[in-house]
Design a protein around this ligand. Sequence first.
Ligand code: UDX
Length: 446
Amino acid sequence: MAPKVTVIGTGYLGATHAAAMADLGFEVLGLDVVQEKIDMLSQGRVPMFEPGLEEVLRRNVAGFEGSSGRLRFTTSYAEAAEFGDVHFLCVNTPQRHGEYACDMSYVDSAVESLAPHLTRPALVVGKSTVPVGSAARLAARIAELAPAGDEAQLAWNPEFLREGFAVQDTMHPDRIVVGVTSEWAEELLREVYATPVAEGTPFLVTDLPTAELVKTAANAFLSTKISFINAMAEVCEAADGDVVKLAEAIGHDDRIGKKFLRAGIGFGGGCLPKDIRAFMARAGELGAAEALSFLREIDSINMRRRVHMVELTREAVGGSFLGARVAVLGATFKPDSDDVRDSPALNIAGQIHLQGGQVTVYDPKGMENARALFPTLSYAPTAQEAVRGADVVLHLTEWREFGELDPAQLAETVTHRRILDGRNTLDPQLWRKAGWTYRALGRPNA
Ligand code: UDX
């Protein structure tokens, strides 16, 4: 019989994983301690914007016409333990308040709540991003708490999904990494991932610490790539070079590659910034702080982009924000997401507002979350409305609809035709032809 699967924590990662596992043919029980989330998911609704996820959910959640009925939700750990052979831990690990280290309280409490109910062979599989060493600690805790003793084990299986591509990344991952301590655990996970492995996805088996490190190392590398190109943008600005051309040219080298070399206002979101900080904090605890001291520089290059964008905006409106009207296009940390966690766009909007600018924000999907975080900013229902009367327009999240805006049409509603492209994705020629002063980070002014 195919193993039965539970997914503990139904946020971004968990909701997607639960729906995908059900789609792959497993019986799945999703668990969350927040009743409202469970209610929404049980009704086939996704609590966040993620392309394609609602369809996969509805295809599988019990109660929908034509659904497989393989996916259900609960708030009960006893029920989850009774149901599952494989329990995926998908709770989040945010940055601790006032510290770099990550907050393990959700992971810890999931293990503390589940393990005492594990009375038969079960594999707990951590997916959350955690400081290296956590898996070994949690494995010991499970051994202590589970009535099944040795037959309740822990494995680590990091998740690499990107927001906006969560469904695709979960159904067709580019690699599957499992940290295990027994052949039984490896075999069970091979069974769970048989479909993607048959499609050719590489399946890598490691020990627990290596599996934990793969995730943090990958995110550290991606952050480094972005900050590298943003550092080049700083040099280009000083030397009158063009970072977009530069990125294209170095990207032709296979060893470098073109991806993740888009210069702009830098990285944000719920993962990269907090993961590199937690990684530094953990390395410090392990006595290897020096090995990751470069990440401090990666972080500060990244944060400098936001300040720089604010300065360019101030310059554009004549040296002071007082009385200046600033239109901000984009609030989410990247397009195709409604996530505004540590969003460079919203951070910049907030800084300008705090310095006296009159900021009006528009985002296709992130308005509600942005408003909750920054209720004092003004919000407009469309891009056209947001730019009305603006002294400067900032393009801060590269939503497709912003690339399709007609500069000539917008020109008629703004007070001054000035656009600052924080993502280097608009066509400078098009805007300049329509009479705009177009400026971007790391590119020549005219
Ligand atoms: C990231 C990792 O990609 C993913 O593998 C991991 O599981 C979680 O963290 P995500 O946070 O969804 O995923 O976003 P990602 O697409 O990586 O973008 C992160 C940030 O970097 C965004 O703010 C994006 O705008 C920025 N970015 C990305 C750049 O500024 N330049 C680039 O070239 C690429």
